[in-house]
Write a protein that binds this ligand. Structure first.
Ligand SMILES: Nc1ncnc2c1ncn2[C@@H]1O[C@H](COP(=O)(O)OP(=O)(O)OP(=O)(O)O)[C@@H](O)[C@H]1O
Ligand SMILES: O=P(O)(O)OC[C@@]1(O)O[C@H](CO)[C@@H](O)[C@@H]1O
Length: 314
């Protein structure tokens, strides 16, 4: 497999609260609490490591220097994820995920996290350049911490491309808008993220087809638009198709998108045809949605789910 560098600039401890049902404004009794080292890039590294690709993956980014940052790094060690995080003052955020087991609805409460300064950005970019040497693929995903310039992904994409490293971008809002200007190789927005970028609603198949084609016109090689339980759209060259995951009762879809990105990386690294990549990535996301905390299935479990994935060509 190629050498993969995952970038998480605003890591988090995901605190998943399992509730039989969630009543806003009422007293809620929690059945089970889970704390998991997370943040989008870390999740990608975790899925790849789980699929026995640990020797090829490194996690990079900023980490708050407090006790929660220590706990997060200790969990990465436990999972066997090699990491080169840069410490900054402040604490790693806690992102609370309220899982209403009755309705199946999940409420995300994501904290802003630590604040970085110009000197932290300068150091990050210098260390990133070192990490790019020997990397073949870099994933930039998740939100930027407070104080980071909104064009930081754009700068990092340019840096990576200068070193001929393939870039996957999975970001939201301004960070996505700026990042796509530097033309990453792959983007994986979800529906809301893409609606934000294009400033229009995506509802029908033809809305998605037009949106995917528009993204390719930025110069991006492959665009994947994910839609939770409704599957995803894949676009590359002349290929455009919808992928439907197997239908079942999800438990907690938090991090499913990162499982999908990890699946796309597997396909790129092993040069699978796009349809095989899409099947694996979709099954990986679907499997993640069956795990109560933020987490990923084993490779053989993902393979088993691939049979239930349906591809509809357009
Ligand atoms: N409830 C579900 N049932 C089956 N498959 C699912 C479900 N939720 C997600 N998936 C699979 O995972 C993929 C990615 O999910 P989603 O669109 O929710 O990503 P996301 O919004 O980026 O998630 P996150 O930001 O939490 O990682 C979907 O395209 C689908 O294949
Ligand atoms: O606040 P961001 O950085 O946009 O997203 C962070 C986050 O919601 O994304 C992951 C799921 O994709 C979670 O593990 C984590 O809490």
């Amino acid at each position: 497999m190629s050498k993969v560098l995952t970038v998480t600039l605003n890591p988090a401890m995901d605190k998943t609260l399992m509730l039989s049902s969630f009543h806003p404004g009422g007293v809620n009794r929690v059945q089970e609490v889970m704390m998991t080292a997370a943040g989008k890039g870390i999740n990608v590294a975790r899925a790849l490591t789980k699929w026995r690709e640990r020797d090829f993956v490194r996690a990079f980014g900023w980490i708050g220097g407090g006790w929660q940052g220590e706990a997060l790094l200790a969990q990465l060690d436990e999972w066997g994820i090699s990491q080169e995080f840069i410490k900054v003052p402040g604490e790693v955020r806690t992102n609370t995920k309220l899982v209403d087991q009755n309705s199946g609805e999940v409420t995300d409460i994501n904290e802003p996290g630590f604040t970085v300064e110009t000197k932290d950005v300068d150091r990050l970019l210098a260390e990133f350049d070192h990490c790019l040497i020997g990397s073949e693929l870099v994933v930039l995903s998740g939100s930027l911490p407070q104080g980071a310039p909104s064009d930081l992904y754009r700068t990092m994409i340019k840096q990576a491309k200068k070193r001929e490293v393939t870039v996957i971008l999975d970001a939201d809002g301004e960070a996505f808008r700026e990042g796509i200007q530097a033309v990453p190789h792959v983007v994986k927005p979800n529906r809301e993220e893409l609606q934000g970028l294009l400033q229009r609603e995506l509802i029908t198949d033809s809305d998605y087809l037009l949106a995917g084609q528009e993204i390719l016109r930025f110069g991006v090689t492959c665009a994947v638009i994910s839609m939770g339980a409704a599957g995803a759209w894949f676009f590359k060259d002349q290929q455009q198709f919808h992928v439907q995951p197997p239908i079942f009762q999800a438990i907690n879809p938090v991090g499913a998108g990162d499982g999908m990105v990890a699946g796309i990386i597997m396909g790129m690294a092993y040069h699978w045809p796009l349809e095989q990549t899409a099947r694996f990535a979709t099954a990986a996301g679907a499997k993640a949605s069956t795990i109560p905390g933020t987490g990923y299935g084993k490779r053989d479990e993902v393979h088993r789910l691939m049979k239930g994935v349906v591809i509809r060509n357009h």
